[in-house]
Design a protein around this ligand. Sequence first.
Ligand code: TXA
Ligand code: MG
Length: 328
Amino acid sequence: MISEADYQRAVELLCAGELVAMPTETVYGLGADAANPAAVARIFAAKGRPADHPLIVHLAGHDAVRHWAEHVPDVAWELMETFWPGPLTLILKKQDWVPDAVTGGQDSIGLRVPGHPVALELLRRFAAAKGARAGIAAPSANRFGRISPTAAAHVAEELGERVALILDGGPCKVGIESTIVDCSRPQPVVLRPGHIAPLHLAAVLGQQPAIASASADTPRVSGSLEAHYAPQTPLRLIARADLADFLAAQHGKRCGILSPNSPPAVTPHDWRQLPAEPLGYAHDLYAALRSLDCPGIDLIVVEAPPADPAWAAIADRLRRAAAGAGQR
Ligand code: TXA
Ligand code: MG
């Protein structure tokens, strides 16, 4: 439970250019006053993130959008009406005044009204203090390239003294980062898959949106770098049919297994059973990965998720985790 004093302190810190970690429904964010370049620079320093990676600006409501975005196409308004507050980030052409520190020097900006009551309350109070259109720039509150935090304790582990205050809003409901849709192009393009799936977007857009390929199309989306969302322990994705043989061949290695199935009666390995449906799986995924990413485990083995569109966002994060893992 977050007290009145916590909110007041959070707003004071933000107004003073300090960092505040806040819960959102997706993952925890590392927040700063988005209109204050010095405050935004602190985010990059705390995360160890390259300065040309753009940040998402979180807003209290739709009213603030025009302050940040110069051009807002009709489809963007329709998506906001349907999915905000919620786990959807829209990329729009930015207003000239928006600091380069926030956009990584690009002419577009990422905007989102988050669905978590604590984030919304903080945003409303910050807007009351700073002016109605104030925004909080917030990337996921992890060190660059690491697993996003889905609980306040993860933020403390990742950032420790680097963040002035962590608001503890409990575990994040969704558990993976927001869907990003680029509305600055003639047709909307999904840059990062998430909880809001192409099927949901199609219901608003009238057609399936294009999905950006992770390579040349999205060089500026840090979530599109292969080495992202990664544990320090090596990670392999193994098809269900091959799992038993693969584990049998790992002589002397201590494996940490993520699987929707229950462990065999006797196993020398550490086993985490995750829910067999995608919403529950996403909710638990990062906490499970984090708990296996420890010196006692030599290899994280993840049973490959089903090749079903409902699992696409999870498959995306696991593929990137496998590509970036093992760099300790
Ligand atoms: O769920 C989320 O989106 C979480 C919570 C805290 O809101 N935030 C998050 O932030 O995942 P971050 O910085 O870890 O990832 C934001 C992604 C990055 O991949 C960034 O490159 C992309 O959004 N992004 C932000 N502004 C952009 C822009 N103008 N053009 C293209 N990509 C952009
Ligand atoms: Mg991130």
